[in-house]
Design a protein around this ligand. Structure first.
Ligand code: DAH
Length: 363
């Protein structure tokens, strides 16, 4: 025989229900609550209603009413709580502002471009004009006008990539150093240095001039730690009355300290056909502070660029008067600068586009 239903049982059930309701936070909790109390088979309140027959006849009506009241109370409490949950639920298309943001991959500036931008920036602040030139060149601009006639041994310094078929007039430079139709020069090679642009510029504009020419150059080189068949240079040219070697040195003391920080700068005699005198410009080795180490091959110095005073033959080739104007020129390799600045020991890394390498540079 089940225990007869009395008031105390009903009150205990009510208290139990209130406690469980207050800890019900989801639809599923409410469903469980509903089943436990009102379920057709085993709900506790349903059970009470079924056992009303055991209540003494004189109390049955009152007890029956109390159980029914509890039942309705439970039904409406669950109903209200369900409605409250539904109204606090965000709509299906709502944006949850508390979710962590999705990461959007951002590309970054390639280390060579960073260096190029820095170099351009430094020279632009010194009043230089920045321009580009054609990568497909002709022999005249790349060699001949730069004081390298056809049999000149210096041409071997730069093993050249020639085109299979010449391109009449070149691919680019029609507006710079334009020549009469009859003399249109066929572009036959990939420029081996940005120096070719010196000639185009000087043939187009009178002195004084102050330009830099960043861009790609090409040589017949095999890939290794320090060679790629394509690389980046930045040419520079300053021509005007009274330009001296002191201007060249002063320019690079300022420029290289800005680029590399606190370094010493020295000029070392060298040879280029288009400059006289010619100089390599070195900076003191940053790895050892000039004492000598593996990076600088124990010399304490690191070669950064080639330079010199523009050869009178070059000035004459473009129609300038070497008695009236002088100038200095330079060519700086971007990869070399980037390798030193960022401690990169293999030039090929710049061209492999390996994200593990590229992602090491800031955005
Ligand atoms: N053209 C040279 C090179 O390819 C660099 C260079 C040296 C450029 C001396 C110049 C210069 O304008 O005066 O290595």
């Amino acid at each position: 025989m089940p225990e007869p239903v009395d008031r105390a049982t009903i009150e205990a059930l009510r208290a139990d229900f209130r406690a469980r309701l207050s800890s019900s936070a989801t639809d599923r909790d409410l469903q469980t609550l509903n089943d436990d109390f009102l379920g057709r088979r085993s709900g506790t309140v349903t059970g009470l209603l079924k056992s009303l027959g055991t209540v003494p006849a004189n109390a049955r009506r009152d007890i029956g009413q109390l159980v029914n009241t509890l039942k309705r109370e439970i039904e409406s409490a669950i109903h209200d709580r369900r409605a409250a949950l539904a109204s606090s639920r965000p709509p299906a298309d709502a944006v949850d502002v508390t979710l962590p943001a999705r990461e959007i991959p951002i590309g970054r500036v390639h280390p060579l471009m960073r260096v190029r931008q820095q170099v351009e920036d430094i020279f632009a602040r010194m009043g230089y004009e920045v321009l580009e030139g054609p990568e497909v060149e002709d022999d005249y601009h790349n060699f001949e006008a730069l004081n390298m006639p056809p049999d000149h041994p210096a041409r071997d310094m730069q093993d050249t990539l020639y085109l299979n078929a010449p391109i009449a007039g070149g691919t680019w430079g029609a507006h710079m150093d334009p020549v009469p139709e009859a003399q249109v020069r066929a572009a036959t090679l990939l420029r081996t240095h940005t120096s070719a642009m010196q000639i185009r510029y000087m043939k187009t504009f009178p002195p004084p001039i102050r330009i830099i020419v960043p861009g790609r150059v090409y040589r017949r080189d095999s890939l290794d730690l320090s060679h790629t068949p394509m690389f980046q240079q930045c040419e520079g040219l300053v021509v005007g009355p009274g330009i001296t070697l002191a201007d060249l040195k002063g320019t690079f003391e300022a420029m290289l300290r800005e680029l590399f920080g606190d370094v010493r700068v020295r000029l070392r005699p060298s040879f280029f056909p288009y400059t006289e005198p010619s100089a390599e410009i070195d900076i003191s080795c940053q790895s050892c502070g000039g004492d000598g180490c593996g990076t600088c091959k124990r010399t304490g110095w690191i070669e950064i660029l080639g330079s010199g005073m523009v050869h009178p033959a070059v000035l004459e080739a473009v129609g300038y008067d070497p008695e009236q104007v002088t100038g200095f020129a330079f060519g700086i390799g971007m990869e070399r600068v980037a390798m030193l600045k960022y401690g990169v020991d293999d030039i090929r890394l710049f061209y492999e586009n390996d994200l593990r390498f590229l992602e090491q540079f800031p955005v």
